[in-house]
Design a protein around this ligand. Sequence first.
Ligand SMILES: CC(C)(COP(=O)(O)OP(=O)(O)OC[C@H]1O[C@@H](n2cnc3c(N)ncnc32)[C@H](O)[C@@H]1OP(=O)(O)O)[C@@H](O)C(=O)NCCC(=O)NCCS
Length: 175
Amino acid sequence: MTFPLRPFLATDTFALAELFREAVYDLASEHYDEDQRIAWMSTVNDEEALAERLQSQLTLVATDAGEPAAFISLKDNAHIDLIYVLPGFAREGAGTDLIEAIMKIAAARGAQTLTADVSDNAKPFFEAFDFVPEKRNMVMIDEEYLGNTTMRKALTDKSKAAMDAAREQAMRGKS
Ligand SMILES: CC(C)(COP(=O)(O)OP(=O)(O)OC[C@H]1O[C@@H](n2cnc3c(N)ncnc32)[C@H](O)[C@@H]1OP(=O)(O)O)[C@@H](O)C(=O)NCCC(=O)NCCS
């Protein structure tokens, strides 16, 4: 299935907040318990702040029959801040359509690499696009600790060579 993409509009905010909460509640349930997911969902409760966050970034919305099915946001042409898919559309390629578009736009605008702080449930998705783990993080939201992993993807051969060399050096340092 392919999903038409369009830029974010301020009027999408309510629907995207709902989409975010549904995605977290359903799709992250194998890796985060209910209290952790409720804390994570609360991060979009301030819809004015969410609208500002999405407007200040490059935000694309994937649609089905004109309605939002998924969205992605890119901060500073360098960091994927948010990518969320409605559970009913999971594994249908909406995430792929969004991340491929963002990688193309970022590369065209001169980005060498892209990073994301990746939740444990989303790791296989980012690995499918050759993002590699860099470091483990622990985030506290509403007194709940949530782990995630900073992952990085090389967008050019030169940056891939640099990332491979850095990884090799780190491995040598460990042995
Ligand atoms: C992560 C997420 C955005 C993936 O979106 P999606 O539209 O379902 O992903 P796609 O259908 O494009 O999947 C592309 C590939 O990624 C991998 N993948 C995606 N979800 C996966 C899963 N749950 N388990 C294993 N591999 C997965 C597969 O290789 C898949 O290809 P395939 O379906 O042909 O096997 C979606 O699951 C989501 O919204 N999760 C909850 C919110 C979240 O954690 N967001 C990320 C915050 S960092």
